[in-house]
Design a protein around this ligand. Structure first.
Ligand SMILES: Nc1nc2c(ncn2[C@@H]2O[C@H](COP(=O)(O)OP(=O)(O)OP(=O)(O)O)[C@@H](O)[C@H]2O)c(=O)[nH]1
Length: 347
């Protein structure tokens, strides 16, 4: 059961109800045209009225009273097929309305998204036809006249439009959800920064477009003794520190720099078209900015960061190791910064 079903178990029936009312009524119009031509007996008319006009309301009433409305609705959809099947011999197999009823009722099953429902509906459709032929009798007049054809058009047109609108809405919803999934995949929920994977994709792209007349740099940033912050002030203080640090990074970096969280208390920044001297100045500005952090809820937390800087190396013989080599240089610089006593920038 999904969240929507849990909130309102009748949602499937509510969704289908207006479509069934309109669809069955339009189906009834084309059946009526044939029954009129055939001078059909009263019980055929009675069956048409019951199936096309009363059944949609009865179906909704059935599922609204059921302990499992979705299951009841699946049964209703099968009954729709049985009714459509029953209409075919009643219309003496008139080609156009019979084909439309069979096709559209099967398409409806497909568009509900219920697994294999359309397949299960086929024997039910045949059964409805056989039962109707046995109980109400039948004949064979397959030719479709112009009045019957005209009576079929509303059903055909409105069904096509309804299915297209439904499909359009579905595509929009799926596109929106895909975009949201992509955002979740790319963005770290705690800090709102890029996750490791997307950040590395950007870095790879920067390397792929690198030019000999240009320097690109990266910074690896690690919070000093972060474990102590967690241990002494709690995990909430640690999280608040990471969030504030991300905020300060956004403030210090330029619009075209790319900031990411590599995991835990480690961050990375891509500085495109930046010389080592410029990158050192940016890193130093960030280091000093972090020293200023004071968290209202955790006044005892005074974080600092160590920063390792590396200029993009020349392309190695194996280009797929290029980023790894670059990160290794920055990591070595970060290691030296930690070794120096922390709260410093090393290149
Ligand atoms: N609050 C919080 N803590 C985290 C998160 N992710 C990782 N950590 C913790 O961050 C700490 C990282 O500590 P380390 O990088 O090993 O070491 P450190 O204490 O920062 O020491 P140095 O890096 O040597 O200065 C670990 O205790 C992790 O449990 C997170 O999302 N929130």
């Amino acid at each position: 059961m999904n969240r929507r079903e849990a909130r309102n178990p009748l949602w499937v029936s509510r969704l289908i109800y207006p479509y069934r009312v309109v669809g069955m009524a339009l189906g009834g119009l084309s059946v009526s045209a044939v029954l009129y031509e055939l001078h059909a007996p009263w019980f055929a008319w009675a069956f048409m009225v019951a199936g096309c006009l009363l059944w949609p309301h009865l179906a909704y009433w059935r599922s609204s009273r059921s302990a499992d409305p979705t299951r009841a609705e699946k049964h209703n959809l099968l009954i729709d097929s049985a009714i459509a099947g029953a209409m075919v011999p009643m219309m003496h197999f008139n080609v156009l309305p019979s084909t439309l009823l069979i096709t559209l009722t099967t398409v409806d099953k497909l568009s509900t998204g219920f697994r294999r429902l359309w397949l299960h509906s086929l024997p039910v459709l045949v059964l409805g036809g056989v039962a109707s032929a046995v109980l109400l009798g039948t004949g064979f007049r397959p030719l479709t006249s112009m009045p019957v054809l005209l009576a079929c058009l509303p059903m055909l047109l409105i069904h096509m439009i309804a299915v297209s609108v439904g499909r359009y809405q579905l595509i929009r919803k799926v596109t929106k959800q895909n975009r949201e999934l992509d955002r979740i995949r790319r963005i770290d929920t705690l800090t709102g920064l890029s996750r490791r994977g997307p950040w590395e994709e950007q870095a790879q792209q920067l390397l792929a477009n690198s030019r000999p007349d240009r320097q690109d740099c990266i910074l690896l940033i690690d919070v000093d003794r972060f474990k102590q912050i967690n241990d002494q002030h709690g995990h909430g203080a640690g999280d608040a520190t990471l969030r504030e640090l991300a905020e300060r990074m956004r403030r210090v970096m330029r619009p075209h720099d790319h900031v990411g969280r590599r995991g835990g208390d480690e961050f990375a920044v891509l500085l495109p078209e930046t010389t080592q001297v410029e990158a050192l100045a940016i890193a130093e500005r960030l280091r000093r900015e972090v020293e200023q952090i004071r968290l209202a809820d955790y006044p005892g937390v005074i974080p600092t960061v160590s920063i390792g800087l590396a200029v993009a190396p020349a392309q190695p013989t194996q280009p797929d190791t290029w980023l790894d080599i670059w990160l290794e240089h920055a990591d070595n610089a970060l290691y030296r910064a930690k070794d120096r006593g922390r709260n410093v920038v090393m290149a």
